[in-house]
Design a protein around this ligand. Structure first.
Ligand code: CP
Length: 322
């Protein structure tokens, strides 16, 4: 075994007994930290000359995507293949869903092919929970409407801990379209559980009431937010979830002027790190140079996503690690 693998500290023992990952609302602080610690091991595996382990050999996993995805779908598929699983990819557009088949019938048909795990993305909140009542397989939520995107929040927290190993009392700003974001909801739930302070910032029309109930504070002032934070995570404006395009703010140009992160902000506030779950709309939530700057860890988030998803697949598989 290479030297660097031997140096990895084993996670503190924890009785992880979750069957599914439907959302971080169902995970304790200890569960979250345990997943993040396990992911450190898999992150090291990804640096090996042969970045593979046989942990999921003989396990069959279906990736059930009813909504478009680049990062999440590829990241799950890569994680599964790195762990030796048999992988089946289902895309709603190319399936019998287009012939009128219901979600329940689709999943029952897939399930009768003897699958162990389902990774699901769907535009309707609650679909992952619904699937737990239809099949015996472990269900992993890869994003359900504006509800939760738990593996994104886990990889975000993992990436923040690369820079701030203890997130207790660190200041995390999430900026942009808060109302339509499942990423923000999972991040607020996860980050507040592990002791970070979260402020959400964006136009009033994109600010849902529930964020304060979840433990975040609200700001409408980008300058104050950037002066305060250790990490600034920008979110995409989800025009596809707004009924008439830009009706919730006057124009994309005005949005960028008020809430877009610029190179001037990076000069003025020299300490915060830039994150974004992707896809980035350059020139809207941030200037293109900001996304590519040394302060940005956007591509590290994607790399870490594979390790975090390997960790969750391992933990829900009931298998030993290697
Ligand atoms: N961050 C994220 O969920 O990206 P995709 O929509 O490309 O999967």
């Amino acid at each position: 075994m290479p030297e660097e693998i031997e140096e990895i500290q084993e996670p503190t023992a924890h009785d992880f007994n979750q069957k599914h990952l439907l959302g971080l609302a169902h995970y304790s602080k200890e569960d979250i930290l345990y997943v993040l610690d396990q992911a450190r091991y898999f992150r090291e595996i990804l640096e090996r000359p042969v970045p593979k382990v046989p942990t999921l050999r003989d396990k069959t996993i279906v990736n059930l995507f009813y909504e478009s995805s680049t990062r999440t779908r590829l990241s799950f598929e890569l994680a599964q293949k790195r762990m030796g699983a048999d992988v089946v990819n289902f895309s709603a557009k190319a399936s019998s869903v287009s012939k009128g088949e219901s979600l329940k019938d689709t999943i029952r048909n897939i399930s009768s092919m003897k699958i162990d795990m389902v990774v699901v993305r769907h535009e309707s909140p609650g679909v992952p929970h619904f699937l737990t009542r239809c099949v015996d397989a472990a269900i992993i939520n890869a994003g359900d409407g504006a509800h939760e995107h738990p593996t994104q929040a886990l990889l975000d927290m993992y990436s923040m801990r690369d820079i701030h190993p203890d997130l207790q009392d660190k200041n995390i700003a999430i900026i942009g379209d808060i109302a339509h974001s499942r990423v923000v909801r999972s991040n607020i739930i996860g980050l507040t559980k592990i002791g970070a302070n979260v402020t959400v910032c964006g136009p009033k029309t994109l600010m849902p009431v529930y964020v304060e109930e979840l433990g975040a504070t609200v700001s409408y002032n980008l300058e104050e937010t950037l002066a305060w934070c250790d990490v600034a995570m920008a979110l995409r404006i989800q025009l596809e979830r707004q009924e008439n395009g830009t009706e919730l703010f006057p124009s994309i140009r005005e949005y960028h002027q008020k809430f877009g992160i610029t190179m001037k902000h990076l000069e003025k506030y020299p300490d915060f790190t830039i994150m974004h779950p992707g896809p980035v709309n350059r020139g809207v939530e941030m200037e293109s140079e900001v996304a590519d700057s040394k302060r940005s860890i956007i591509l590290s988030q994607v790399t870490n996503g594979v390790a975090v998803r390997m960790a969750i697949l391992y933990l829900l598989s009931g298998r030993s690690r290697v």
